[in-house]
Design a protein around this ligand. Sequence first.
Ligand SMILES: Cc1cc2nc3c(=O)[nH]c(=O)nc-3n(C[C@H](O)[C@H](O)[C@H](O)COP(=O)(O)O)c2cc1C
Length: 169
Amino acid sequence: MTSPVLEAIYKRRSIREFTDAPIFIEQLHEIVKAGMWAPSGMNNQPWRFVIIKDPGIKEELAQQTHYGHIIMSASALIAVYLSKEDMYDAVKDHQSAGACLQNMLLAAEALGLGAVWLGQILKNKAEVNRILGLADNFDLMAVVVLGHPLHHNQKSKRKELSELLLKQL
Ligand SMILES: Cc1cc2nc3c(=O)[nH]c(=O)nc-3n(C[C@H](O)[C@H](O)[C@H](O)COP(=O)(O)O)c2cc1C
């Protein structure tokens, strides 16, 4: 089965090592746009984004996570937020944020870029908001770390379909 979408879904891997090559702002906007076009409950579009290329801010953010070395080697970051004022249902809004994030990872793949979804930094989300100058009505969902892949040797695996498929009625 081949289609560009299915290929991107299956080929995408989390990329944690990058070259020094820059990412253009247009590419970052394209990735945000892919996120924006995710589905959301009642089309409420609760997501908000912060694009970070500034080396000083990257360094400050790197100190907020065990995965700081990945941030430091990346060309850019996109912090993805939920705007609390725009939420209508916590579960559904968080699901929408997940869909948004996956769209962004697939867009990075489609652009030939590498990305990883950083969740561990959420343990310091208040500090991340302070660094980015955001009030606490913005709730950090993840930081997407972006760059040009240093290599494509990443391996990943999934459970067998038979293990996950509860029933086929
Ligand atoms: C909610 C969530 C949080 C994650 N947090 C991190 C993280 O903090 N650091 C990291 O290196 N990878 C993180 N990942 C990436 C996963 O480790 C990765 O997607 C998983 O191992 C499967 O590998 P693959 O993406 O290459 O298929 C996260 C992924 C998700 C969906």
